[in-house]
Design a binder for this molecule. Structure first.
Ligand code: HDE
Length: 779
């Protein structure tokens, strides 16, 4: 039934990705990189060519191709190219004798292995990367002179690395955490790195607090626990003493911290940057990434289970979507403000703990990014990529945001240890496509062989080359700077509560409930009562009712807020109205509920079926789901083909042992009396459906499959009656008794709608019954 599209082929015994030109491209989409990317020739470009030739007209893929090694039929050699005759036994004095020092092959092999690891990133250690391109919709000349933002015909190659912040390289993707969203644009004017997160604000206002924050949230120093979690004393101790963290803490406790997928997450540049037009006019800007699939999350119970079932869940999801040709897509958004609006909104645009509500300054969508190629080698690309917030191109500049200023120092510095010296810019993934010519010399791991004799400026020997680019060179905005040298925070940074409150009040009821639960979970894990009390007291400054809800579950007496700071009313435009929390100032854009929910494309559905399953149900429903871009996986009693009621084979891709409900966006139970009878007897089936229900996922069933839902007794949910012709949809549970193809198509359409809604939090929260009516007793 389900077939997988082939995206790889075997070349001389090795699995190789098909060349870009032959990979599937979704209908209606232009082929990625088509104008700049000539498909890599089958013959590898020579190193000399790659090193000497200006890269201006190459795509990043072509540039990387020069460094890709394919062994083909070449014999095994040492690093020196000496053929190795045997690699299974070390050189010994007799078969039972000691190993000899002269075994250069053994020594080289072990030496290299011993040094395979490099230090992991101090934060954002766990990441996943993808290549793609960015294309601007129309020239933005009135805003910026950046060439890649002015040429709609150009596809600028990009490399994106998504990450979690706190955990080590091997930690679970599903930690409650901020996600990094770092994008490198390989523009013709050099590399531009937009090193952002999936949340628009940050914990602290000044970079000098970053080591304190990170020490507090990382595993505690005495026993290095807990891994990849903020639910421990030191983090909340820091929060309780540094109220500027509170707005970001609200985001961290919200569903945004457990995204469904990297493909379904917003991205934010966080800081206020500057755009500089050719005329010299500057404006302030906040960068956004808007996922075309909308932003969606999962629930905490699910996150914890996924961490056990598949800790690579996000990494796998990204990889597989790209391999399937379902390329993740994001639109670049700009919130543009005038220079004189720095203090116009009731807070300071230089303060990274504040966001600009989209209702005040709409996000203008200016271009799109498509991620269409997986890396060839994780280490060489995803691990060795060295982003730097200081990598900007002419037309983009910085502001005095003190967090941004500290980052300008940190990113270059950190690479020296991680990548072993100043020549990390020569690693293939870090090389710009723009030509590089300067007087940099020597250093550990230098790869370019400079032929110039005069590596200094000015020089007469090479007629001053390379010369400064007088016309196109980067010119920093000549912003006037005046002030006394002080270690001081601006008064305009001192309101730490208004936007935390804005975020809380903008959440829909289920999102708010999740947020409260998350706080109870996290603070409930804090051992020291004094810390719990201080946190709850700070929460009371945000919202007394919210603080009381948390307090009751964490052994703290609710406290009255010491003072209610004035709500910073945005000036200039009326406060956004409507939204879930009536009577409060809200920003509807902050609620995930208000994200687009119009497509089920790329969602994954578990199809529960066993021998005797109704062939027509499977064929029609799977076909309709596939047509809507939904991926189906048949989960059954054992792997491999089984016979349907018509005797035709159906391939089971997973069993109840090898997969779990939490790894899917929805579940469908096919009809067929024999199939349903076998499923009824399995405890795993009850757990599968029970979890899907608890996690508010769409559940569908046709014909005898409806009986299985009845047996699980989904509380207060109405199911289709055998006599009724049309399908029944009740809070994301879709069921139908239907013989014909038309009825099954109607069912599938309703199920696709339910999938597009993502989650159905309007379901009753009562517990499912602990046993199947007709099935085995369970604990
Ligand atoms: Fe980072 N951050 N950061 N950060 N950051 C790093 O750079 C740092 C901050 C972000 O996928 C490090 O190469 C300081 C904000 C991402 O490779 C390091 C401060 C935002 C990534 C570093 C911040 C980020 C990093 C660790 C406070 C969102 C992963 C390894 C002044 C706008 C990039 C490395 C990748 C990585 C320092 C705050 C995003 C140590 C000092 C705010 C996405 O340089």
């Amino acid at each position: 039934m389900s077939t997988r599209r082939k995206t790889s082929r075997t070349v001389r015994g090795k699995t190789r990705r098909a060349p870009a030109a032959r990979r599937p491209v979704p209908a209606g989409k232009p082929r990625p990189d088509s104008d700049e990317l000539e498909p890599p020739s089958e013959e590898r470009l020579s190193r000399e060519q790659a090193a000497s030739k200006p890269l201006r007209r190459q795509s990043k893929d072509t540039a990387l191709e020069a460094f890709r090694e394919r062994f083909g039929r070449a014999p095994l050699t040492t690093d020196q190219g000496i053929p190795v005759q045997q690699t299974d036994d070390s050189l010994k004095a007799g078969p039972r004798g000691p190993t000899l020092l002269e075994d250069f092959h053994l020594r080289e092999k072990i030496m290299h292995f011993d040094h395979e690891r490099i230090p992991e990133r101090v934060v954002h250690a766990r990441g996943s990367g993808a290549h793609g391109f960015f294309q601007v919709y129309e020239p933005l000349a009135e805003l910026t002179s950046a060439e890649f933002l002015n040429d709609p015909s150009a596809r600028t190659p990009v490399f994106v690395r998504f990450s979690t912040v706190v955990g080590s390289r091997g930690s679970s993707d599903l930690a409650r955490d901020v996600r990094g969203f770092a994008t490198r644009f390989y523009t013709r004017e050099g590399n531009f790195d937009l090193v952002g997160n999936n949340m628009p604000v940050f914990f602290i206002q000044d970079g000098i607090k970053f080591p304190d924050l990170v020490h507090a949230v990382k595993p505690e120093p005495h026993h290095e626990m807990p891994q990849a979690a903020s639910a421990h004393d030191t983090f909340w101790d820091f929060v309780s003493l540094v109220p500027e963290t509170l707005h970001m803490v609200m985001w961290l406790m919200s569903d945004r911290a457990i995204p469904r997928s990297f493909r379904m997450m917003e991205g934010f540049g966080v800081h206020t940057f500057r755009l500089v037009a050719g005329s010299g006019r500057t404006s302030l800007v906040k960068f956004h990434w808007k996922p075309v699939l909308g932003a969606h999350s999962i629930v905490w119970d699910e996150a914890q289970k996924i961490s056990g079932r598949d800790p690579d869940f996000h990494r796998r999801d990204l990889w597989e979507a790209i391999e399937r040709g379902q390329y993740p897509e994001y639109e670049l958004g700009l919130q543009v403000m005038d220079e004189d609006q720095q203090l116009a909104f009731g807070f300071d645009l230089l303060d990274a703990t504040k966001l600009v509500p989209e209702e005040l300054v709409p996000v203008r969508r200016v271009g799109r990014m498509v991620l269409d190629r997986n890396p060839t080698n994780f280490f060489a690309e995803t691990e060795q990529v060295a982003f730097c917030i200081g990598n900007v191109v002419p037309g983009i500049d910085f502001t005095n945001d003190p967090l941004l200023q500290a980052r300008l120092f940190s990113y270059l510095d950190t690479q020296l240890l991680r990548l072993g010296g100043p020549n990390f810019t020569e690693l293939p993934i870090n090389r710009p496509l723009a030509p590089v010519s300067n007087h940099q010399q020597d250093g550990l791991g230098r790869q370019s062989i400079h032929t110039a004799r005069a590596l200094y400026h000015p020089n007469s020997i090479a007629n001053n080359h390379p010369r400064p680019a007088r016309v196109d060179g980067f010119v920093h905005v000549p912003e006037p700077v005046r002030g006394a040298k002080v270690r001081q925070r601006s008064d305009s940074f001192l309101d730490h509560f208004s936007q935390a409150r804005l975020f809380l009040h903008s959440q829909s009821a289920p999102e708010r409930e999740h947020l409260v639960e998350a706080c109870r979970f996290e603070i409930g894990k804090v051992e020291r009562l004094a810390i719990r009390e201080r946190v709850v007291a700070l929460f009371a400054e945000i919202d007394a009712e919210f603080a009381a809800e948390v307090a009751t579950m964490v052994g703290v007496k609710p406290v009255k807020p010491a003072r209610q700071p004035p709500v910073a009313q945005p000036t200039g435009t009326p406060p956004p109205s409507g939204g879930p929390a009536k009577g409060h100032v809200t920003s509807p854009a902050l609620s995930l509920l208000n994200q687009p929910h119009d497509s089920a494309r790329t969602r994954k559905v578990a199809v529960l079926a066993a021998p005797g399953a109704r062939a027509l149900d499977l064929e029609i429903v799977e076909g309709e789901l596939a047509a809507a871009g939904v991926l189906c996986e048949v989960v059954s009693l054992s792997l491999g083909p089984f016979a349907t009621d018509e005797g035709r084979p159906c391939e089971a891709q997973k069993t109840f042992l090898t997969t779990d409900s939490v790894l899917y966006d929805g579940v469908y139970v096919a009809g067929g009396a024999d199939s349903v009878a076998s499923l009824l007897g399995l405890e795993q089936v009850r757990l599968f459906l029970g979890d899907a229900f608890r996690h508010a996922k769409p559940i569908g069933a046709t014909n005898e499959g409806v009986e299985l839902l009845g047996a699980v007794e989904l509380p207060q949910i109405e199911l289709a009656h055998e006599a009724s012709a049309a399908e029944t949809s009740d809070r994301g549970v879709v069921s139908a008794w239907t013989d014909g193809a038309g009825g099954l198509q109607g069912f599938a359409a309703a199920f696709v709608d339910a999938l597009a809604q993502h989650r159905h939090f309007d379901r009753p929260r009562s517990q499912l019954r602990p046993q199947l009516r007709n099935g085995t007793e369970t604990a």
